[in-house]
Design a protein around this ligand. Structure first.
Ligand SMILES: [Zn+2]
Length: 175
């Protein structure tokens, strides 16, 4: 066989060149496509992370410098108050309370506001939102929205306990 090699070699070379060309094209189109998908996926992940961060921030309680207290339900009450009213925490387990107070069991929080009307609004809303059964104690400036051991009652104006809660909401939740 005279000189078949150059032809074969030329054929192989041409095929190889074609394969390379095709590979380059796939790399351009195929990988470029994957790149776009990857970018989209990364953007989606970033967006999700932002949403999670925002949700975590919303869940975070501004304890206003006080020691965090409470089980899940007390925290639910606190979160609702802080998220919906112009109020802030004024005490948790520190400060001065009666010796048997829920405060010292990490089950109570005091809530204040610069606005007296806002405190009343918040107290009423807490009772409406969660119901008396939620609270071991709910005291505050609205005498009609008091709760002791899950039962709503009207505080008698001028009572010592009533007078102590003219300027803040006290909420005790044992769960
Ligand atoms: Zn209190």
């Amino acid at each position: 066989m005279p000189a078949p090699l150059p032809t074969l070699r030329a054929k192989r070379k041409r095929r190889k060149a074609q394969r390379n060309k095709q590979a380059r094209k796939w790399r351009r189109t195929g990988l470029a496509g994957h790149g776009r998908l990857a970018k989209k996926a990364a953007a989606a992940v970033r967006k999700l992370k932002r949403l999670v961060k925002r949700a975590k921030l919303a869940l975070r309680i501004d304890w206003n410098g006080h020691t965090p207290v409470g089980g899940k339900n007390l925290r639910k009450v606190i979160r609702y108050a802080l998220a919906n009213f112009d109020v802030y925490i004024t005490s948790t387990n520190g400060g001065t309370h009666s010796t048997t107070s829920y405060h010292y069991r990490n089950q109570a929080v005091d809530i204040g506001s610069n606005s007296a009307a806002e405190k009343v609004r918040c107290q009423k809303a807490l009772l409406k939102k969660f119901g008396p059964g939620m609270f071991a104690e709910l005291f505050g400036p609205d005498n009609g929205a008091w709760v002791k051991d899950g039962s709503q009652y009207t505080a008698r104006d001028g009572d010592a306990l009533e007078t102590q809660h003219d300027d803040h909401i006290h909420a005790a939740v044992t769960s």
